[in-house]
Ligand binder design. Structure first.
Ligand code: SF4
Ligand code: SF4
Length: 197
């Protein structure tokens, strides 16, 4: 892995394919419960989420590299403000609520390169951990209101998708995976730091 090559062509295609399939399983469940974000008074892009893979970080930057310099500079500026603002709020023991620097006029401006959590948040989902423990995510407040008691009827099973992401992370980092520090970063942090490498 080097900072100038980022993802290989093959790895980039695999990420696009995995992200597409995440979107499909999400859309499938959303259709079945007749759920969408349309008309929601909230916008989850101001939620404080941390992301955990270098391969997603690199794929995000693949998208950012497609932007012209003026737009990238604007996004970098907003990302810097996000990082400073969230650090201040976190130091006061609160959870930041600050709009993601990639959100423009309520919409994601880097939609094809948005990260896994952005693709999974909303509908109910579950994951089976390597130790067999199952974790259930009930979906956003609006989805919970919609499905009520039926929350277990239709869920996205994240397990296989997560495993595939971990495999791509391993492919990206190679032998370095064992020694690289763990990623625990906001999207804004990934933008401020530049591509991983
Ligand atoms: S995920 Fe739910 S809370 Fe978030 S914007 Fe969509 S409908 Fe609203
Ligand atoms: S990357 Fe896009 S979808 Fe994800 S939080 Fe930012 S604006 Fe929203």
């Amino acid at each position: 892995m080097t900072s100038d090559t980022l993802l290989s062509y093959e790895l980039s295609a695999k990420m696009a394919d995995l992200y597409n399939r995440m979107e499909k399983v999400y859309d499938d469940v959303a259709r079945k419960i007749d759920f969408s974000c349309a008309g929601c008074p909230d916008n989850c892009c101001d939620s404080f989420f941390l992301h955990h893979t270098y391969v997603e970080w690199a794929y995000l930057w693949e998208g950012l590299h497609l932007l012209d310099k003026a737009r990238l500079d604007e996004i970098r500026l907003r990302a810097g403000e996000y990082v400073a603002g969230s650090e201040k709020i976190l130091s006061q023991g609160a959870r930041p609520v600050i709009m993601c620097p990639l959100n423009e006029s309520g919409r994601c401006s880097l939609y094809l390169h948005r990260l896994m959590i952005c693709r999974m948040h909303g509908v109910p989902s579950e994951i089976t951990m390597p130790n067999g423990r199952k974790m259930h995510f009930p979906g956003c407040f609006r989805c919970q209101e919609l499905v009520g008691e039926q929350a277990d009827c239709w869920v996205v099973d994240r397990t296989g998708l997560y495993k595939e992401l971990v495999a791509l992370e391993t492919e990206f980092l190679g032998a370095k995976r064992a020694v690289m520090p763990k990623v625990k970063m906001t999207i804004a942090g990934m933008i401020v730091l530049g591509p991983p490498g």
